[in-house]
Ligand binder design. Structure first.
Ligand code: ASP
Length: 583
Protein backbone atom coordinates (compact mmCIF):
# COMPACT_ATOMS: atom_id res chain seq x y z
CA UNK A 1 0.00 0.00 0.00
CA UNK A 2 2.94 2.34 0.63
CA UNK A 3 6.07 3.27 -1.23
CA UNK A 4 7.66 5.17 1.67
CA UNK A 5 7.21 5.95 5.33
CA UNK A 6 6.07 9.54 5.89
CA UNK A 7 9.09 10.53 7.94
CA UNK A 8 11.52 9.16 5.34
CA UNK A 9 11.01 11.71 2.54
CA UNK A 10 13.86 14.12 1.77
CA UNK A 11 14.80 16.70 -0.87
CA UNK A 12 16.39 13.89 -2.90
CA UNK A 13 12.89 12.42 -3.37
CA UNK A 14 11.59 15.50 -5.20
CA UNK A 15 9.73 14.53 -8.36
CA UNK A 16 8.95 11.06 -7.09
CA UNK A 17 5.41 9.72 -7.08
CA UNK A 18 4.72 8.27 -3.64
CA UNK A 19 2.01 6.39 -1.77
CA UNK A 20 1.85 7.06 1.95
CA UNK A 21 -0.24 5.77 4.83
CA UNK A 22 -0.48 7.36 8.23
CA UNK A 23 -2.40 9.28 10.85
CA UNK A 24 -3.73 12.82 10.35
CA UNK A 25 -1.63 14.68 12.88
CA UNK A 26 -3.00 18.12 12.12
CA UNK A 27 -5.03 19.79 9.37
CA UNK A 28 -4.89 23.46 8.38
CA UNK A 29 -7.15 25.09 5.77
CA UNK A 30 -5.49 28.16 4.27
CA UNK A 31 -6.93 30.23 1.44
CA UNK A 32 -8.09 27.41 -0.79
CA UNK A 33 -5.23 25.06 0.19
CA UNK A 34 -5.44 22.24 2.75
CA UNK A 35 -2.31 21.11 4.61
CA UNK A 36 -2.22 17.83 6.47
CA UNK A 37 0.70 16.76 8.65
CA UNK A 38 0.75 13.03 8.07
CA UNK A 39 2.39 10.93 10.76
CA UNK A 40 3.76 7.42 11.06
CA UNK A 41 6.39 5.83 13.25
CA UNK A 42 9.17 7.49 11.35
CA UNK A 43 7.90 11.04 11.62
CA UNK A 44 5.78 13.69 9.93
CA UNK A 45 5.48 14.92 6.39
CA UNK A 46 3.39 17.78 5.08
CA UNK A 47 0.77 16.78 2.51
CA UNK A 48 -0.60 19.70 0.52
CA UNK A 49 -3.95 19.65 -1.26
CA UNK A 50 -4.41 22.41 -3.90
CA UNK A 51 -6.67 22.99 -6.87
CA UNK A 52 -3.60 23.05 -9.15
CA UNK A 53 -2.85 19.32 -8.58
CA UNK A 54 -5.66 17.77 -6.50
CA UNK A 55 -8.87 16.80 -8.33
CA UNK A 56 -12.05 18.50 -7.03
CA UNK A 57 -13.31 15.45 -5.08
CA UNK A 58 -9.89 15.03 -3.44
CA UNK A 59 -9.95 18.72 -2.40
CA UNK A 60 -13.41 18.19 -0.94
CA UNK A 61 -12.40 15.09 1.00
CA UNK A 62 -9.26 16.82 2.27
CA UNK A 63 -11.42 19.50 3.88
CA UNK A 64 -13.19 16.88 6.01
CA UNK A 65 -10.16 14.96 7.30
CA UNK A 66 -10.22 14.53 11.06
CA UNK A 67 -7.28 14.33 13.45
CA UNK A 68 -6.02 10.77 14.17
CA UNK A 69 -7.91 9.21 11.24
CA UNK A 70 -5.81 6.86 9.11
CA UNK A 71 -5.54 7.83 5.46
CA UNK A 72 -3.83 6.59 2.32
CA UNK A 73 -2.43 9.34 0.10
CA UNK A 74 -0.92 9.31 -3.36
CA UNK A 75 0.98 12.29 -4.68
CA UNK A 76 4.22 13.80 -5.90
CA UNK A 77 7.08 15.01 -3.71
CA UNK A 78 7.73 18.73 -4.35
CA UNK A 79 10.09 21.23 -2.79
CA UNK A 80 8.36 23.55 -0.35
CA UNK A 81 7.80 27.06 -1.72
CA UNK A 82 10.67 29.48 -1.04
CA UNK A 83 10.89 30.55 2.59
CA UNK A 84 8.51 27.83 3.79
CA UNK A 85 10.99 25.07 4.62
CA UNK A 86 10.84 23.84 8.23
CA UNK A 87 14.39 23.24 9.45
CA UNK A 88 13.13 21.49 12.60
CA UNK A 89 11.52 18.68 10.63
CA UNK A 90 13.71 16.09 8.86
CA UNK A 91 11.16 16.18 6.01
CA UNK A 92 10.93 19.98 6.29
CA UNK A 93 12.30 20.78 2.80
CA UNK A 94 9.54 18.93 0.97
CA UNK A 95 5.80 18.45 0.81
CA UNK A 96 3.65 15.93 -1.01
CA UNK A 97 1.16 17.29 -3.54
CA UNK A 98 -1.76 14.93 -3.16
CA UNK A 99 -3.59 13.54 -6.13
CA UNK A 100 -5.59 10.90 -4.23
CA UNK A 101 -6.74 10.46 -0.64
CA UNK A 102 -8.75 7.74 1.05
CA UNK A 103 -9.81 7.42 4.68
CA UNK A 104 -9.13 3.80 5.64
CA UNK A 105 -9.37 4.13 9.42
CA UNK A 106 -11.89 6.72 10.57
CA UNK A 107 -11.21 8.02 14.09
CA UNK A 108 -13.41 9.29 16.88
CA UNK A 109 -12.20 12.38 18.72
CA UNK A 110 -9.17 11.08 20.67
CA UNK A 111 -9.62 10.81 24.44
CA UNK A 112 -6.22 12.37 24.98
CA UNK A 113 -4.43 14.73 22.60
CA UNK A 114 -1.79 13.12 20.42
CA UNK A 115 -0.76 16.22 18.47
CA UNK A 116 0.24 18.68 21.15
CA UNK A 117 1.08 22.32 20.78
CA UNK A 118 4.70 22.90 21.76
CA UNK A 119 5.11 23.07 25.53
CA UNK A 120 1.61 21.72 26.20
CA UNK A 121 1.84 19.28 29.12
CA UNK A 122 1.02 15.61 28.63
CA UNK A 123 -2.38 14.37 29.74
CA UNK A 124 -2.52 12.96 33.29
CA UNK A 125 -0.69 9.64 33.48
CA UNK A 126 -3.85 7.75 34.45
CA UNK A 127 -5.47 8.83 31.22
CA UNK A 128 -2.39 8.01 29.23
CA UNK A 129 -2.31 4.51 30.66
CA UNK A 130 -6.04 4.06 30.13
CA UNK A 131 -5.72 5.10 26.46
CA UNK A 132 -2.30 3.58 25.98
CA UNK A 133 -2.78 2.98 22.23
CA UNK A 134 -3.02 6.77 21.82
CA UNK A 135 -0.19 7.51 24.23
CA UNK A 136 2.05 5.10 22.31
CA UNK A 137 1.57 7.26 19.20
CA UNK A 138 3.85 9.86 20.78
CA UNK A 139 7.28 9.88 19.11
CA UNK A 140 9.00 9.66 22.53
CA UNK A 141 7.27 6.35 23.21
CA UNK A 142 8.20 5.05 19.79
CA UNK A 143 11.81 6.05 20.37
CA UNK A 144 11.88 4.31 23.76
CA UNK A 145 10.37 1.06 22.52
CA UNK A 146 12.57 1.03 19.44
CA UNK A 147 15.62 1.42 21.70
CA UNK A 148 14.27 -1.36 23.91
CA UNK A 149 13.97 -3.58 20.86
CA UNK A 150 17.58 -2.89 19.88
CA UNK A 151 18.78 -3.58 23.42
CA UNK A 152 16.94 -6.92 23.46
CA UNK A 153 18.43 -7.94 20.11
CA UNK A 154 21.91 -6.81 21.17
CA UNK A 155 21.67 -8.81 24.39
CA UNK A 156 20.74 -11.92 22.42
CA UNK A 157 23.58 -11.38 19.98
CA UNK A 158 26.22 -10.73 22.63
CA UNK A 159 25.29 -13.75 24.74
CA UNK A 160 24.74 -16.05 21.83
CA UNK A 161 28.19 -15.11 20.45
CA UNK A 162 29.65 -16.05 23.82
CA UNK A 163 28.16 -19.54 23.60
CA UNK A 164 25.06 -18.95 25.74
CA UNK A 165 21.91 -20.79 24.65
CA UNK A 166 18.55 -19.06 24.96
CA UNK A 167 16.26 -21.52 26.72
CA UNK A 168 12.72 -20.74 27.83
CA UNK A 169 11.55 -21.95 31.21
CA UNK A 170 7.95 -22.37 32.43
CA UNK A 171 5.61 -19.63 33.58
CA UNK A 172 3.37 -22.04 35.45
CA UNK A 173 5.63 -23.43 38.08
CA UNK A 174 6.35 -23.80 41.77
CA UNK A 175 7.26 -20.96 44.14
CA UNK A 176 10.86 -19.69 43.77
CA UNK A 177 12.21 -17.82 46.77
CA UNK A 178 13.48 -14.38 45.76
CA UNK A 179 12.12 -12.57 48.79
CA UNK A 180 8.71 -11.50 47.44
CA UNK A 181 5.23 -13.01 47.45
CA UNK A 182 4.19 -15.31 44.64
CA UNK A 183 1.40 -14.77 42.17
CA UNK A 184 -0.52 -18.01 42.12
CA UNK A 185 -2.74 -19.60 39.50
CA UNK A 186 -5.40 -22.04 40.67
CA UNK A 187 -5.47 -25.43 38.99
CA UNK A 188 -8.86 -26.42 37.59
CA UNK A 189 -7.89 -30.06 37.30
CA UNK A 190 -6.50 -30.41 40.82
CA UNK A 191 -8.84 -28.77 43.31
CA UNK A 192 -7.03 -26.73 45.97
CA UNK A 193 -3.71 -26.85 44.14
CA UNK A 194 -1.89 -23.90 42.63
CA UNK A 195 0.85 -23.06 40.21
CA UNK A 196 3.07 -20.11 41.01
CA UNK A 197 4.33 -17.63 38.43
CA UNK A 198 8.15 -17.52 38.57
CA UNK A 199 9.82 -14.83 40.68
CA UNK A 200 12.85 -15.83 38.62
CA UNK A 201 13.94 -18.90 36.62
CA UNK A 202 16.52 -19.60 39.36
CA UNK A 203 15.92 -23.29 39.96
CA UNK A 204 15.42 -24.09 36.29
CA UNK A 205 18.66 -22.44 35.28
CA UNK A 206 20.53 -24.35 37.96
CA UNK A 207 18.96 -27.60 36.76
CA UNK A 208 20.01 -26.74 33.19
CA UNK A 209 23.58 -26.59 34.52
CA UNK A 210 23.06 -29.99 36.18
CA UNK A 211 21.91 -31.21 32.75
CA UNK A 212 25.12 -30.00 31.14
CA UNK A 213 23.87 -27.03 29.09
CA UNK A 214 26.88 -25.15 30.41
CA UNK A 215 25.78 -21.64 29.33
CA UNK A 216 22.15 -20.53 29.44
CA UNK A 217 20.40 -17.21 29.09
CA UNK A 218 16.87 -15.96 28.86
CA UNK A 219 15.15 -12.61 28.56
CA UNK A 220 13.02 -13.82 31.40
CA UNK A 221 9.67 -12.44 32.44
CA UNK A 222 9.48 -12.52 36.24
CA UNK A 223 6.59 -11.88 38.62
CA UNK A 224 6.86 -10.58 42.17
CA UNK A 225 3.85 -9.61 44.24
CA UNK A 226 5.46 -6.80 46.20
CA UNK A 227 3.80 -4.02 48.09
CA UNK A 228 3.64 -0.79 46.27
CA UNK A 229 7.11 0.73 46.06
CA UNK A 230 8.31 3.61 43.97
CA UNK A 231 8.74 2.60 40.38
CA UNK A 232 8.45 -1.18 40.58
CA UNK A 233 6.50 -3.33 38.21
CA UNK A 234 4.83 -6.57 39.29
CA UNK A 235 6.04 -8.22 36.13
CA UNK A 236 9.38 -7.33 34.67
CA UNK A 237 12.10 -8.59 32.37
CA UNK A 238 15.51 -9.84 33.45
CA UNK A 239 18.57 -10.71 31.43
CA UNK A 240 19.00 -14.00 33.25
CA UNK A 241 22.10 -16.10 32.74
CA UNK A 242 23.93 -19.03 34.26
CA UNK A 243 27.20 -20.79 33.44
CA UNK A 244 29.11 -23.85 34.63
CA UNK A 245 32.73 -24.27 35.71
CA UNK A 246 32.99 -20.57 36.46
CA UNK A 247 34.28 -18.23 39.13
CA UNK A 248 32.77 -14.80 39.81
CA UNK A 249 35.45 -13.41 37.47
CA UNK A 250 33.88 -15.24 34.53
CA UNK A 251 30.44 -13.89 35.34
CA UNK A 252 31.86 -10.36 35.71
CA UNK A 253 33.51 -10.61 32.29
CA UNK A 254 30.35 -11.78 30.51
CA UNK A 255 28.18 -9.23 32.27
CA UNK A 256 30.61 -6.41 31.52
CA UNK A 257 30.65 -7.48 27.87
CA UNK A 258 26.85 -7.28 27.70
CA UNK A 259 26.63 -3.96 29.55
CA UNK A 260 29.37 -2.30 27.48
CA UNK A 261 27.56 -3.47 24.33
CA UNK A 262 24.19 -2.18 25.54
CA UNK A 263 25.62 1.21 26.47
CA UNK A 264 27.30 1.35 23.05
CA UNK A 265 23.99 0.46 21.39
CA UNK A 266 22.52 3.54 23.08
CA UNK A 267 25.43 5.69 21.95
CA UNK A 268 27.28 5.86 25.29
CA UNK A 269 30.78 4.40 25.13
CA UNK A 270 31.89 2.94 28.48
CA UNK A 271 34.84 0.83 29.49
CA UNK A 272 35.36 -2.44 31.32
CA UNK A 273 36.54 -3.88 33.63
CA UNK A 274 34.46 -2.20 36.30
CA UNK A 275 36.02 -1.46 39.70
CA UNK A 276 35.09 -3.67 42.66
CA UNK A 277 34.21 -2.83 46.21
CA UNK A 278 33.60 -5.20 49.11
CA UNK A 279 30.16 -4.79 50.67
CA UNK A 280 31.73 -3.77 54.01
CA UNK A 281 33.76 -1.02 52.39
CA UNK A 282 30.84 0.22 50.33
CA UNK A 283 28.79 0.55 53.50
CA UNK A 284 31.61 2.20 55.48
CA UNK A 285 32.55 4.65 52.74
CA UNK A 286 29.20 5.48 51.15
CA UNK A 287 26.56 4.14 53.54
CA UNK A 288 25.07 2.10 50.71
CA UNK A 289 25.46 -1.23 48.95
CA UNK A 290 24.67 0.59 45.72
CA UNK A 291 26.97 3.59 46.02
CA UNK A 292 26.83 6.35 43.46
CA UNK A 293 30.52 6.66 42.65
CA UNK A 294 30.06 9.67 40.38
CA UNK A 295 30.46 11.62 43.60
CA UNK A 296 33.27 11.49 46.18
CA UNK A 297 31.98 12.65 49.55
CA UNK A 298 33.01 9.64 51.63
CA UNK A 299 31.83 8.93 55.16
CA UNK A 300 34.20 9.04 58.13
CA UNK A 301 34.32 7.21 61.42
CA UNK A 302 34.56 9.69 64.30
CA UNK A 303 34.06 7.08 67.03
CA UNK A 304 37.69 7.12 68.29
CA UNK A 305 37.50 10.93 68.64
CA UNK A 306 34.43 10.95 70.85
CA UNK A 307 35.52 11.41 74.46
CA UNK A 308 35.87 13.84 77.36
CA UNK A 309 35.15 16.92 75.26
CA UNK A 310 32.06 15.49 73.56
CA UNK A 311 28.43 15.82 74.59
CA UNK A 312 26.75 13.30 76.83
CA UNK A 313 24.55 11.86 74.09
CA UNK A 314 27.40 10.81 71.79
CA UNK A 315 29.54 9.59 74.69
CA UNK A 316 26.69 7.38 75.86
CA UNK A 317 26.20 6.00 72.34
CA UNK A 318 29.87 5.10 72.07
CA UNK A 319 29.69 3.64 75.57
CA UNK A 320 26.96 1.27 74.31
CA UNK A 321 29.29 0.08 71.56
CA UNK A 322 27.63 2.19 68.86
CA UNK A 323 29.57 4.23 66.34
CA UNK A 324 29.58 7.86 65.24
CA UNK A 325 29.73 8.13 61.47
CA UNK A 326 30.18 11.51 59.81
CA UNK A 327 30.34 13.40 56.57
CA UNK A 328 32.22 16.64 55.81
CA UNK A 329 30.45 18.52 53.02
CA UNK A 330 32.54 21.14 51.19
CA UNK A 331 30.37 24.23 50.67
CA UNK A 332 27.61 22.68 52.75
CA UNK A 333 27.30 25.70 55.05
CA UNK A 334 25.17 27.21 52.30
CA UNK A 335 22.34 24.86 53.24
CA UNK A 336 19.44 26.55 55.05
CA UNK A 337 17.79 25.56 58.29
CA UNK A 338 14.98 24.09 56.23
CA UNK A 339 17.47 21.99 54.27
CA UNK A 340 19.05 20.76 57.51
CA UNK A 341 15.60 19.84 58.81
CA UNK A 342 15.01 17.89 55.59
CA UNK A 343 18.34 16.08 56.07
CA UNK A 344 17.41 15.23 59.67
CA UNK A 345 14.05 13.92 58.49
CA UNK A 346 15.85 11.80 55.87
CA UNK A 347 18.10 10.31 58.57
CA UNK A 348 15.09 9.58 60.75
CA UNK A 349 13.22 7.74 57.99
CA UNK A 350 16.23 5.40 58.06
CA UNK A 351 15.62 4.80 61.80
CA UNK A 352 18.44 7.09 63.02
CA UNK A 353 17.62 8.94 66.23
CA UNK A 354 18.79 12.24 64.77
CA UNK A 355 21.42 14.13 62.81
CA UNK A 356 24.16 16.25 64.40
CA UNK A 357 25.37 19.22 62.36
CA UNK A 358 28.00 21.95 62.56
CA UNK A 359 28.86 24.66 60.06
CA UNK A 360 32.14 26.46 59.70
CA UNK A 361 31.95 30.18 58.97
CA UNK A 362 34.62 32.89 58.98
CA UNK A 363 34.31 33.16 62.79
CA UNK A 364 34.71 29.44 63.47
CA UNK A 365 32.30 26.55 63.84
CA UNK A 366 28.63 27.03 64.79
CA UNK A 367 25.63 24.79 65.35
CA UNK A 368 24.62 22.13 67.86
CA UNK A 369 27.34 19.80 66.58
CA UNK A 370 30.10 21.98 68.05
CA UNK A 371 29.28 20.93 71.62
CA UNK A 372 27.99 17.49 70.77
CA UNK A 373 31.11 16.42 68.88
CA UNK A 374 33.69 18.25 70.96
CA UNK A 375 36.95 19.77 69.76
CA UNK A 376 38.79 16.53 68.89
CA UNK A 377 36.02 15.09 66.72
CA UNK A 378 35.39 18.45 65.12
CA UNK A 379 39.04 18.76 64.22
CA UNK A 380 39.02 15.28 62.71
CA UNK A 381 36.13 16.35 60.46
CA UNK A 382 38.50 18.95 59.04
CA UNK A 383 35.88 21.52 58.07
CA UNK A 384 37.11 24.45 56.02
CA UNK A 385 35.40 27.81 55.77
CA UNK A 386 31.90 27.32 54.28
CA UNK A 387 31.79 23.57 54.98
CA UNK A 388 29.18 21.54 56.82
CA UNK A 389 29.75 18.57 59.12
CA UNK A 390 27.05 15.95 59.65
CA UNK A 391 27.10 13.01 62.04
CA UNK A 392 24.85 10.12 63.01
CA UNK A 393 25.34 7.90 66.07
CA UNK A 394 24.02 4.36 66.27
CA UNK A 395 24.78 0.75 65.49
CA UNK A 396 26.38 0.52 62.04
CA UNK A 397 23.30 -1.25 60.70
CA UNK A 398 21.42 2.02 61.27
CA UNK A 399 24.02 4.82 61.25
CA UNK A 400 25.63 3.88 57.92
CA UNK A 401 22.51 3.59 55.76
CA UNK A 402 21.07 6.70 57.43
CA UNK A 403 24.15 8.74 56.62
CA UNK A 404 24.27 7.18 53.16
CA UNK A 405 20.79 8.51 52.57
CA UNK A 406 21.80 11.93 53.92
CA UNK A 407 24.79 11.89 51.55
CA UNK A 408 22.50 11.47 48.55
CA UNK A 409 20.18 14.23 49.79
CA UNK A 410 23.16 16.58 50.22
CA UNK A 411 24.29 15.83 46.67
CA UNK A 412 20.79 16.64 45.46
CA UNK A 413 20.29 19.79 47.55
CA UNK A 414 23.68 21.28 46.67
CA UNK A 415 23.38 20.09 43.05
CA UNK A 416 26.96 18.82 43.27
CA UNK A 417 28.51 18.13 39.85
CA UNK A 418 29.27 14.47 39.10
CA UNK A 419 32.94 13.71 38.42
CA UNK A 420 32.02 11.43 35.50
CA UNK A 421 28.91 10.32 33.61
CA UNK A 422 29.05 6.56 33.99
CA UNK A 423 30.18 4.94 37.23
CA UNK A 424 29.86 1.15 37.20
CA UNK A 425 31.02 -0.88 40.17
CA UNK A 426 30.81 -4.48 41.35
CA UNK A 427 29.84 -4.87 44.98
CA UNK A 428 31.05 -8.23 46.28
CA UNK A 429 31.42 -10.27 49.46
CA UNK A 430 27.91 -9.58 50.69
CA UNK A 431 26.91 -11.24 53.95
CA UNK A 432 25.25 -14.60 53.32
CA UNK A 433 22.51 -13.92 55.87
CA UNK A 434 20.86 -10.89 57.39
CA UNK A 435 18.40 -10.36 60.25
CA UNK A 436 14.83 -9.47 59.36
CA UNK A 437 14.10 -6.03 60.81
CA UNK A 438 10.65 -6.96 62.20
CA UNK A 439 11.22 -10.48 63.53
CA UNK A 440 14.98 -10.59 64.15
CA UNK A 441 15.02 -13.94 62.31
CA UNK A 442 17.93 -14.95 60.16
CA UNK A 443 17.08 -14.70 56.49
CA UNK A 444 19.00 -14.94 53.21
CA UNK A 445 20.41 -11.77 51.72
CA UNK A 446 19.94 -12.85 48.09
CA UNK A 447 18.35 -16.29 47.86
CA UNK A 448 19.00 -19.57 49.66
CA UNK A 449 21.08 -21.06 46.83
CA UNK A 450 23.97 -18.61 47.19
CA UNK A 451 27.29 -20.26 48.10
CA UNK A 452 29.29 -19.00 51.06
CA UNK A 453 32.67 -17.40 50.42
CA UNK A 454 35.22 -20.29 50.30
CA UNK A 455 37.01 -18.90 53.38
CA UNK A 456 33.77 -18.65 55.37
CA UNK A 457 32.11 -22.03 54.79
CA UNK A 458 32.74 -23.11 58.38
CA UNK A 459 31.08 -19.94 59.71
CA UNK A 460 27.72 -21.07 58.33
CA UNK A 461 27.56 -23.48 61.25
CA UNK A 462 29.39 -21.49 63.91
CA UNK A 463 28.72 -17.78 63.28
CA UNK A 464 26.39 -17.45 60.29
CA UNK A 465 26.03 -13.69 60.47
CA UNK A 466 29.74 -13.25 59.83
CA UNK A 467 29.76 -15.55 56.80
CA UNK A 468 30.33 -13.75 53.52
CA UNK A 469 28.66 -14.97 50.34
CA UNK A 470 29.91 -15.42 46.80
CA UNK A 471 27.24 -12.91 45.85
CA UNK A 472 27.82 -9.84 43.71
CA UNK A 473 25.77 -6.89 42.53
CA UNK A 474 26.35 -4.80 39.43
CA UNK A 475 25.76 -1.14 40.31
CA UNK A 476 25.61 1.89 38.02
CA UNK A 477 25.35 5.50 39.17
CA UNK A 478 23.79 4.45 42.47
CA UNK A 479 21.31 2.05 40.86
CA UNK A 480 21.44 -1.72 41.31
CA UNK A 481 21.41 -3.25 37.83
CA UNK A 482 21.42 -6.84 38.97
CA UNK A 483 22.54 -9.52 41.39
CA UNK A 484 24.05 -12.90 41.09
CA UNK A 485 26.13 -15.49 42.83
CA UNK A 486 28.04 -18.70 42.70
CA UNK A 487 25.59 -21.39 43.81
CA UNK A 488 25.75 -24.05 46.43
CA UNK A 489 26.41 -27.38 44.72
CA UNK A 490 27.18 -29.42 47.85
CA UNK A 491 23.86 -30.90 49.07
CA UNK A 492 25.17 -30.99 52.64
CA UNK A 493 25.94 -27.26 52.58
CA UNK A 494 22.54 -26.59 51.00
CA UNK A 495 20.87 -28.53 53.82
CA UNK A 496 22.88 -26.57 56.39
CA UNK A 497 21.80 -23.24 54.90
CA UNK A 498 18.14 -24.29 54.94
CA UNK A 499 18.57 -25.31 58.55
CA UNK A 500 20.07 -21.91 59.41
CA UNK A 501 17.06 -20.31 57.76
CA UNK A 502 14.88 -22.25 60.17
CA UNK A 503 13.29 -24.43 57.51
CA UNK A 504 12.20 -27.91 58.53
CA UNK A 505 13.67 -30.73 56.38
CA UNK A 506 10.19 -31.90 55.31
CA UNK A 507 9.30 -28.40 54.18
CA UNK A 508 12.62 -28.10 52.32
CA UNK A 509 12.00 -31.42 50.58
CA UNK A 510 8.50 -30.35 49.59
CA UNK A 511 9.59 -26.98 48.21
CA UNK A 512 13.03 -27.62 46.83
CA UNK A 513 13.35 -31.41 46.59
CA UNK A 514 13.41 -31.05 42.81
CA UNK A 515 16.58 -28.94 43.00
CA UNK A 516 18.24 -31.00 45.74
CA UNK A 517 17.73 -34.21 43.79
CA UNK A 518 19.44 -32.55 40.85
CA UNK A 519 22.35 -31.39 42.99
CA UNK A 520 22.81 -35.00 44.17
CA UNK A 521 22.98 -36.31 40.62
CA UNK A 522 26.23 -34.75 39.39
CA UNK A 523 26.18 -30.97 39.58
CA UNK A 524 29.01 -28.92 38.06
CA UNK A 525 30.16 -25.82 39.92
CA UNK A 526 28.04 -22.99 38.52
CA UNK A 527 26.89 -19.43 39.00
CA UNK A 528 25.12 -16.62 37.24
CA UNK A 529 23.41 -13.30 37.44
CA UNK A 530 20.19 -11.54 36.51
CA UNK A 531 20.12 -7.94 35.29
CA UNK A 532 16.98 -5.82 35.45
CA UNK A 533 16.33 -5.21 31.77
CA UNK A 534 13.54 -2.63 32.16
CA UNK A 535 15.73 -0.49 34.39
CA UNK A 536 18.63 -0.68 31.96
CA UNK A 537 16.31 0.37 29.14
CA UNK A 538 15.06 3.26 31.27
CA UNK A 539 18.58 4.43 32.16
CA UNK A 540 19.56 4.37 28.51
CA UNK A 541 16.34 5.97 27.26
CA UNK A 542 16.73 8.66 29.90
CA UNK A 543 13.21 8.75 31.35
CA UNK A 544 11.74 9.00 34.82
CA UNK A 545 9.60 5.91 35.19
CA UNK A 546 9.74 2.29 34.06
CA UNK A 547 6.34 2.94 32.51
CA UNK A 548 8.12 4.90 29.80
CA UNK A 549 9.95 1.83 28.52
CA UNK A 550 7.19 -0.78 28.89
CA UNK A 551 4.45 -0.87 26.28
CA UNK A 552 1.62 -1.88 28.60
CA UNK A 553 2.72 -1.30 32.21
CA UNK A 554 0.87 -1.46 35.51
CA UNK A 555 0.34 1.64 37.65
CA UNK A 556 2.19 2.09 40.94
CA UNK A 557 -1.05 0.85 42.54
CA UNK A 558 -0.71 -2.46 40.64
CA UNK A 559 -3.54 -1.87 38.20
CA UNK A 560 -3.59 -2.35 34.47
CA UNK A 561 -5.73 0.62 33.44
CA UNK A 562 -5.68 -0.16 29.75
CA UNK A 563 -7.37 -3.55 29.91
CA UNK A 564 -8.85 -3.01 33.36
CA UNK A 565 -7.09 -5.69 35.39
CA UNK A 566 -7.30 -7.16 37.94
CA UNK A 567 -10.99 -7.85 37.63
CA UNK A 568 -13.63 -10.17 39.05
CA UNK A 569 -14.53 -13.33 37.17
CA UNK A 570 -17.96 -14.95 36.74
CA UNK A 571 -19.19 -17.20 39.55
CA UNK A 572 -19.19 -20.19 37.20
CA UNK A 573 -15.47 -19.69 36.47
CA UNK A 574 -14.73 -19.44 40.17
CA UNK A 575 -16.65 -22.63 40.76
CA UNK A 576 -14.76 -24.43 37.99
CA UNK A 577 -11.54 -23.45 39.76
CA UNK A 578 -12.96 -24.67 43.09
CA UNK A 579 -12.64 -21.16 44.55
CA UNK A 580 -14.91 -19.05 46.72
CA UNK A 581 -14.16 -15.41 47.49
CA UNK A 582 -14.24 -14.80 51.24
CA UNK A 583 -15.61 -11.27 51.25
N1 ASP B 1 17.68 -15.23 40.55
C1 ASP B 1 18.38 -14.06 41.00
C2 ASP B 1 17.47 -12.85 40.98
O1 ASP B 1 16.48 -12.84 40.27
C3 ASP B 1 19.55 -13.71 40.17
C4 ASP B 1 20.63 -14.73 40.27
O2 ASP B 1 21.05 -15.07 41.37
O3 ASP B 1 21.10 -15.12 39.21
O4 ASP B 1 17.74 -11.88 41.64
Amino acid sequence: MRTHRCGALRASDVGREVSLGGWVHRRRDLGGLVFVDLRDREGLVQVAFGPGWSPAEVMERAGTLIGEAVILVKGVVEPRPAGQANPELPTGEVEVHATEVRVVGPAATPAIPVARVRGEPLAAEELRLRYRYLDLRRPEMYRNLELRHRLLQRTRRELSERGFLEIETPMLTKPTPEGARDFVVPSRVYPGQFYALPQSPQIYKQLLMVSGFDRYFQLARCFRDEDQRADRQLEFTQIDLEASFVTPEDIYAVTEGVLVALWAEAGAPVEAPFPRLAYRDAMARYGSDKPDLRFGLELMDLTPRIGEGSGEFLRAAVGRGERVRALAVPGGAALSRKDLDALTAAAKTMRASGLVWAKRGPDGPTGPGVKALGAAALEALGLGDGDLGLAVAGPDAIALPALGRVRLEVIRLLELPPSCRHAFVWIEQFPLFEREAETGNLTFMHHPFTAPHPDDAALVATDPERARAQHYDAVYNGVELGSGSIRITDPAMQAQVFERLGMAPADVEHRFGWLLEGLRSGAPPHGGIALGFDRIALLLAGGESLREVIAFPKTAAARALFEGAPTGIPAADLAALHLTVAS
